[in-house]
Structure formats: C-alpha cells, structure tokens
Design a protein around this ligand. Structure first.
Ligand code: S3P
Length: 172
C-alpha cells in the first residue's frame, strides 16, 4: 500500500521534535510542510511570545485553532506539525482525526527538558520548565493518546529513525 492521500499530523509536547521530524518527513514524501506556530506568526506578523504576552494565552489558542483548521481543510495532503497545545481543544482533536493520520511523538517530561532550552516561542516554559512540562504531561498525555493513530517513541530514536518509523507506519 502507498502513502494515504490524507494529511499526516504530528502531535506531542514541546521539544518532541515535531518541526524537525515534520520537515524531513514532508521532504521524503514530497509534500508541503505546515508548522502551526509558523503559520500563526506569518498570519499576525507577530511572534508567538509577543501574542502570549500582549493578548494572552486564550487569544493565541484561538489563532492556532484557526490556522490548524485551515491547514487540515486544504485538499493537498500535507505534513502538519500541530503545536503542543492544539490537542487541548476538542474541536481540534476531532478535526485532526477526521482529516489526517495522527502521529504522537512521545517522550517523558524528563526527556524533553534538555530539548526545550533557548526556544523563544515557548513562553510557558520561561519560569519552571521542569514543573510545567510535568504538569502538562499529566493533563495532555491522555489527549495525545486518544487522538493518535500511532505513537512513536522519540527519546529512544534519532530524528531520521523517527521519520523512517512514521513512513513505515503510514504505508502499512
Ligand atoms: C505550546 C507549544 C509551542 C507554542 C506555544 C505553546 C504548548 O509550540 O505553540 O509556546 O502549549 O505546548 P511547539 O509545540 O511547537 O513547541
């Protein structure tokens, strides 16, 4: 069987490697790559941090849901990196499942911590990254799991191995 004519949607926590894996996967499949954070920044001509700081998290969440819905609604199958918090919204989860094959890039908070430093688009991790990642994991893990068609362990594998595994899973 070939690659399904659906979007491939990557979900998972900050630092899981959605952008790195997603752009490589898109290249391997010769598909467009959409990163929801980048789309929000292009749309608003503002940085994620600036939106959080000026308008607050709720305003940012509305924007990310909007760009995600647009990306999922596009007819050309793409690889979509859905920012870590997109799965908090039940409508986002439903749309992802309807329009794509969803892959959860899975890692434990302690494994993510060394991977999230110095990232300007992650204002939520500014003060207590270890504590926040732990809290987020508790709330979000069940949502990532219920939304995903497939789960890939990203801590145990290099990015190119993760790409290979996803290619294998989606073409099975
Ligand atoms: C967030 C994840 C970030 C960014 C924002 C909030 C989250 O994207 O959207 O800082 O709540 O998990 P990445 O998952 O691409 O880091």
């Amino acid at each position: 069987m070939g690659v399904p004519e659906r979007h491939i949607v990557l979900i998972g926590m900050m630092g899981a490697g959605k952008t790195t894996v997603g752009s490589r996967l898109a290249r391997a499949l010769d598909r467009p790559f959409v990163d929801s954070d980048v789309r929000v920044e292009q749309r608003t001509a503002r940085s994620v941090r600036e939106i959080f700081e000026t308008d607050g998290e709720a305003a940012y969440r509305a924007l990310e849901s909007e760009v995600l819905a647009e990306a999922l609604g596009s007819e050309e199958p793409a690889v979509i990196a859905a920012a870590g918090g997109t799965i908090l919204d039940p409508n986002n989860r439903r749309r992802m499942k309807e329009c794509g094959t969803v892959v959860f890039l899975e890692a434990k908070p302690g494994e993510l911590l060394p991977r999230v430093g110095g990232q300007d688009h992650r204002p939520l991790l500014r003060d207590d990254p270890a504590g926040v990642l732990q809290q987020m994991d508790t709330v979000r893990r069940p949502l990532y799991e219920e939304t995903a068609d497939f789960v890939v362990d990203v801590a145990a594998n290099r990015a190119d191995e993760v790409v290979e595994q996803i290619l294998e899973l989606v073409t099975r």
